[in-house]
Design a protein around this ligand. Structure first.
Ligand SMILES: Cc1ncc(COP(=O)(O)O)c(C=O)c1O
Length: 371
């Protein structure tokens, strides 16, 4: 095979690589398992599937796929703006919220700039920083993997362009307290964009309200990032959004491809936003599932971090080995060595049956590793 003589940009070499949860088909093939028996608890997806209303709406647009989508996604923005109590000018849609994170890089980051994150932050923040040549400043986490908010504020310099905080955080499931969020909102200087990543916010009973600061215009350097991938059960559709000041959104819009949100995603999102029942069922399944996983882990004597999201981080010892053993038993979880947590495993909340499959497989794995 001939190798190309192309000169790739030098920073690609040192770019951190995002390692996704393993697909069911691939694991089934590798271990000779029937795919229908494999359980995936690796990517914080919705175990109840997509909203039935969204499925119907998406089927209905298939016959129109010869037409380009509405490049401004007018209807989705209008509906979202209405639900959030903001103007459409406060909103930008992305191909997953990951694309919104990339817009931040396009609009604000470059060599010489800095990005502040907490240790154990979501893996895409360091990737975006590296992709645009910015320096990543990772502030050591506190006890219990909590983000050190005063430490993050102290890490801000005149070169800082963005601070990223996911609340709840992935992969730890930790929640930054109301007081600390207030400190962050008050302490981030105007030359820095504060990115509050709210991918899991809909799972909270009483979330801190950051939206009102965008709505009122009181904090023009605040951006909220949300997604249809988690509670809405539409991870495969790739749709996320950012909520921020109109001038920030306008800057991001310049970096956006004209048709980044496809027609199926627009139809699915519009319907999903109306499906209150699906949201309520998902929230309830998650609440019960977290309790089920916690009590199972407790019975096995495995420490875990109390979670505010739709997954739980458990300390299993040899994370890689336990992950591999579970996988052989048809249960896909997420090893955490890539996050610097080799003793930990992240387990997404499934249906009651899936959670039980995982706990049973974990119990037999722990017994066999101990003997
Ligand atoms: C904290 C956080 N932000 C953003 C994302 C990206 O989600 P998506 O690109 O599917 O919207 C994820 C997905 O796991 C996440 O955990």
């Amino acid at each position: 095979m001939l190798k190309s003589a192309l000169s790739f940009v030098s920073h690609l070499e040192s770019l951190p690589v995002y390692v996704p949860g393993r697909p069911i088909e691939e694991v089934a093939r590798e271990h000779g398992l029937d795919p229908s028996t494999v359980v995936k608890l690796a990517s914080n997806e919705n175990p109840l599937g997509p909203s039935p209303m969204a499925l119907g709406a998406m089927r209905a647009v298939l016959g129109q796929l010869h037409l380009y989508p509405d490049g401004s996604a007018h209807q989705v923005k209008a509906r979202l703006a209405d639900q959030l109590g903001v103007e459409p000018a406060h909103l930008i849609l992305g191909n997953g919220s990951n694309e919104i994170l990339e817009f931040i890089g396009h609009a604000l980051l470059g060599p010489g700039s800095e990005v502040v994150v907490s240790q154990y932050c979501f893996a895409v923040y360091p990737i975006v920083a590296a992709l645009f040549g910015a320096r990543l400043v990772s502030v050591p986490a506190l006890e219990g993997f909590q983000a050190d908010i005063p430490g993050m504020l102290r890490a801000i310099t005149p070169s800082t362009r963005a601070v990223f905080l996911a609340n709840p955080n992935n992969p730890t499931g930790t929640l930054t307290s109301r007081e600390d969020v207030s400190r962050l909102l008050a302490g981030v200087p105007p030359h820095v964009l504060l990115v509050m990543d709210e991918a899991y916010v809909e799972f909270l009973d009483d979330p801190v309200d950051c939206l009102s600061l965008v709505r009122s215009g009181a904090m023009p350097n605040l951006l909220l990032v949300r997604t249809f991938s988690k509670i809405f059960g539409l991870a495969g559709l790739r749709l996320g959004y950012g909520v921020g000041a109109p001038d920030v959104i306008a800057a991001f819009e310049r970096a956006r491809q004209p048709f980044n949100i496809n027609s199926i995603a627009q139809a699915g999102a519009l319907a999903a936003l109306e499906d209150r029942e699906h949201l309520a069922r998902t929230r309830e399944n998650n609440r019960a599932g977290l309790l089920q996983l916690e009590s199972g882990l407790r019975r096995m004597g495995l420490p875990f971090i109390p979670s505010h999201a739709n997954f739980i981080l458990a300390r299993v010892g040899q994370g890689r080995e336990v992950f591999a053993s579970l996988q052989r038993q048809g249960v896909i979880t997420r090893p955490m060595a890539g996050y610097g947590l080799p003793e930990w495993l992240r387990i997404s909340v499934g249906t009651p049956e899936e959670n039980q499959r995982c706990l049973t497989a974990l119990s037999s794995t722990m017994s066999s590793l101990a003997s």
